[in-house]
Design a protein around this ligand. Structure first.
Ligand code: MN
Ligand code: MN
Length: 358
């Protein structure tokens, strides 16, 4: 008796039949995304044996050094998605402006925003990396979409997902009815539904933040982390654990599997950047995935999904994960704005070092 587990294809067909007006267009689009992720999984899995290793010797539009794999993964996405006839245009972390569908191919009704390779600085050290994608509807008449056509709030996403290339390759996605995880069976090359309806517990005792930026954090974030680090004898009355992988996909995946809180908050390090992560192809898709799993995603001052984008490569502060902790940090921002958190921002409190609470 063969174990009967649903494939991604079956899952998509079931979803399609639930939507009476569905044409199958969307199912086909997801098929192409799946193929792109499988190709990238293969490339990443080759490691130093593959062609695509090391630095590309160039920087992307945001001034970050590109790895060869960043460039190649971007090519895989473009080549896998441009010909299918389902997209009107694409936006990528690696491209300055929207990528127009070549004239040789038909154009469709969806827009795709993606980060072809997330966490690429982790490749050399063999730590999980991933791809992130967000699907929007093209505005009516946007046959050749301009940047403004992509500037839709995250609430308008019809689908969001990521692939994680770790010890196993997984595809985690939502089409607005829960968040579901599929594991790639390398034997026959299909994603299998192994994590149906992933849920993030409302409470957690685990947080993730880059503490080397502590001196740049805003007071509400300093307060939150100091309280966690103070542990059982502090105001939270409980010991907390910390994790930091520096790969958004891996951080979100951990939170989906066992709860937790991830923060890349607003800081004062570079006044030109109100956050580190990009809204359209990092924060928004992850916010939808987390929200569909019962978690929350905030800038600290409101839901990420409600932010009206103004630029393609706009950055936002990201605080996401277990709902009660995200809401607590939002409350700390409110209390700070109202001047109600003096004990935590007094000079005395600031003198205490994060790792040596007095
Ligand atoms: Mn990224
Ligand atoms: Mn990337």
């Amino acid at each position: 008796m063969v174990a009967r587990r649903k494939t991604l294809t079956e899952f998509m067909f079931e979803e399609q039949r639930r939507a009476p007006q569905a044409t199958g267009d969307f199912t086909a689009l997801l098929n192409h995304i799946r193929l792109a992720c499988k190709r990238i999984a293969f490339m990443v899995g080759r490691g130093a044996l593959g062609e695509a290793v090391g630095e590309a010797g160039a920087t992307n539009v945001q001034g970050e050094p590109q790895a060869r794999l960043d460039v190649d993964a971007n090519e895989v996405f473009l080549r896998s998605l441009e010909y299918g006839g389902h997209l009107a245009g694409m936006v990528s972390e690696e491209l300055e402006g929207p990528y127009p569908i070549p004239d040789a191919y038909p154009r469709g009704k969806y827009l795709l925003a993606f980060d072809p390779l997330d966490g690429s600085s982790n490749i050399d050290v063999n730590v999980s990396v991933g791809s992130i994608f967000s699907v929007l509807r093209a505005p009516a008449g946007a046959d050749r979409p301009q940047a403004r056509d992509f500037l839709q709030p995250g609430t308008r996403q019809v689908c969001a997902g990521y692939a994680i290339y770790g010890p196993t390759t997984m595809l985690v996605l939502t089409v607005g009815r829960g968040t579901h995880g599929f594991t790639l069976d390398r034997g026959f090359g299909e994603f299998i539904l192994t994590h149906p309806d992933m849920r993030i517990p409302a409470d957690t005792r685990e947080f993730a933040i880059n503490t080397s930026n502590e001196r740049f954090w805003e007071p509400p974030v300093k307060r939150y982390v100091a309280e966690c680090v103070a542990g059982r004898t502090g105001p939270r009355g409980a010991d907390f654990n910390m994790r930091w992988i520096a790969s958004l996909v891996a951080e979100v995946h951990r939170i989906l599997v066992r709860g937790g809180l991830f923060m890349y908050p607003q800081d004062t390090k570079d006044p030109a950047k109100p956050g580190r992560l990009r809204l359209l192809y990092e924060a928004n898709p992850m916010a939808m995935i987390v929200a569909q799993a019962g978690g929350a995603a905030s800038t600290g001052r409101g839901q990420i999904l409600d932010v009206q984008p103004t630029e393609l490569h706009q950055r936002v502060p990201v605080i996401l994960g277990s709902k009660n902790e995200v809401e607590r940090i939002e409350r700390y921002h409110e209390e700070h704005a109202a001047g109600l958190d003096q004990p935590y921002t007094s000079p005395l409190f600031r003198e205490r070092s994060l790792f040596a609470p007095s």
